[in-house]
Ligand binder design. Structure first.
Ligand code: ATP
Ligand code: MG
Length: 398
């Protein structure tokens, strides 16, 4: 298949979700995200809205595969169609141009096809059915080894009559969802594991911009463990756009909890402090919720009782998009979004360093609240210090 006949892409997006005033917000956000995604692609592009459609026009030479890949990371896009745009110069010339397109697109002219015409501009002198039939005939004449099959064609020749005439053969699936930024922002608790990057991806897919917080415990967790989190943020930033990553030095808080509290409660109490700190940064940067990669029953700290105990310290909604997912289902998404290989790199995690042999699986909220009082002497100062010393990294897609 030769791709270089395409100078433009027709971008399809789900129109049901966008009505009235929201539609224009949605479209503008989508145009913005497309611009951002195309920055890393070889070539220069014009992105334009026209009659409920978005077009990406390459200005001169460009990287076709890179363009399709970049557009494939833009939430809100459901279909990417490499398109040939023709001026309306009468049916005869249209038929010849379509035959030309087919000639260039398919080396082997031996396929079944159907023409799928759509007359979006109602003053065009022929109706869709008529265009289908007449164009079909011309194609059969030009390529005698082709055959019409309206049920399961190998090739669909799409012809949309608009101001210009759009001819395309392929709708490459986009990621769906809504353009990032159309639904506020949330704070992702991002660890180096498999789950949290997937959780961030899933919420961003609904149009939510993402900031992130990572709890680092040097020297128990290494620079490489931190770099792994930055790398994961970078991978998901291809979908989410820039991520402001807060790296919190959590060591002193963890050590203090370890000193003062019963060891079987360490994980729960530590997780409560993670949520508190993440919420602090969330409020500071205008986020409307927190996101975690938790899933019911996956580990001791994710039983219903543990989740209730962790959740209790938050005033913001906590979004847990993986809550009902099995590990295998999460792994499949992480493979699809290309975070898996990085997530399984074997660097230490701050949660695993101070874990008890037998953590409580059914913590009583009252007991936890009581034991947390043992931290009252120093914890406020330690939390304040963690907030003050947090490092902020702006993570941009490559
Ligand atoms: P993940 O694969 O995302 O690390 P997990 O199965 O290891 O998850 P936990 O360690 O119990 O589960 O963590 C549950 C959630 O808490 C994570 O999905 C993440 O959102 C958050 N979290 C855990 N550790 C950290 C950390 N060091 N920094 C930031 N967030 C964390
Ligand atoms: Mg983890």
């Amino acid at each position: 298949m030769s791709e270089n006949q395409y100078q433009s892409f027709l971008i399809k997006y789900a129109e049901i979700a966008v009505k009235g005033k929201n539609r224009y917000l949605f479209e503008d956000a989508l145009v913005g995200r497309i611009h951002q995604a195309l920055k890393s692609v070889d070539g220069s592009f014009l992105v334009r809205k026209q009659q409920g459609r978005i077009y990406v026009d390459a200005q001169g030479e460009y990287d076709f595969d890179g363009t399709v890949d970049a557009l494939g990371h833009v939430f809100g896009i459901v279909g990417i169609c490499p398109v040939v745009l023709l001026e309306d110069e009468g049916f005869d010339l249209l038929a010849r141009a379509v035959i030309d397109c087919i000639d260039r697109e398919f080396a082997d002219k031996k396929f079944t096809f159907k023409v799928n015409a759509r007359r979006a501009r109602k003053n065009y002198p022929m109706e869709s059915m008529e265009i289908n039939a007449s164009l079909g005939e011309r194609i059969l004449e030009a390529f005698p080894d082709t055959r019409v099959d309206v049920h399961k064609p190998q090739v669909t020749v799409c012809v949309e009559i608009r101001n210009q005439i759009n001819v395309y053969f392929q709708v490459i699936a986009g990621p769906g969802g809504m353009p990032v930024g159309t639904n506020g922002k949330a704070m992702l608790l991002l660890s180096g594991g498999i789950d949290s990057p997937v959780a961030g991806y899933m919420i961003a897919k609904r149009g939510v911009a993402i900031d992130a917080t990572y709890f680092h415990a040097p020297p128990y967790t290494s620079e490489r463990a931190k770099q792994k989190v930055v790398d994961l943020a970078k991978i998901i930033s291809r979908y989410t756009g820039p991520i402001r990553l807060h790296v919190v030095n959590f060591t002193d808080i963890q050590l203090y909890i370890y000193e003062q509290c019963p060891h079987e409660e360490l994980t729960i109490i530590m997780r409560r402090y993670m949520m508190r700190l993440a919420e602090h940064f969330a409020k500071e940067s205008g986020c409307l919720g927190l996101i975690t990669g938790e899933s019911i029953g996956q580990v001791a700290s994710q039983t219903m009782q543990s989740l209730a105990a962790t959740n209790e310290v938050c005033t913001m909604p906590v979004y847990r998009p993986l809550i009902g997912f099995d590990k295998q289902e999460i792994v499949e998404i992480s493979e699809k979004i290309k975070t898996y290989e990085t997530s399984i790199l074997p660097y230490e995690d701050c949660c695993t360093i101070f874990v008890a042999k037998h953590p409580v699986t059914k913590p009583s909220l009252q007991v936890i609240q009581n034991d947390e009082k043992k931290l009252s002497e120093k914890i406020d100062a330690l939390v304040a210090q963690a907030i003050e010393t947090a490092e902020k990294i702006l993570v941009l897609p490559d």
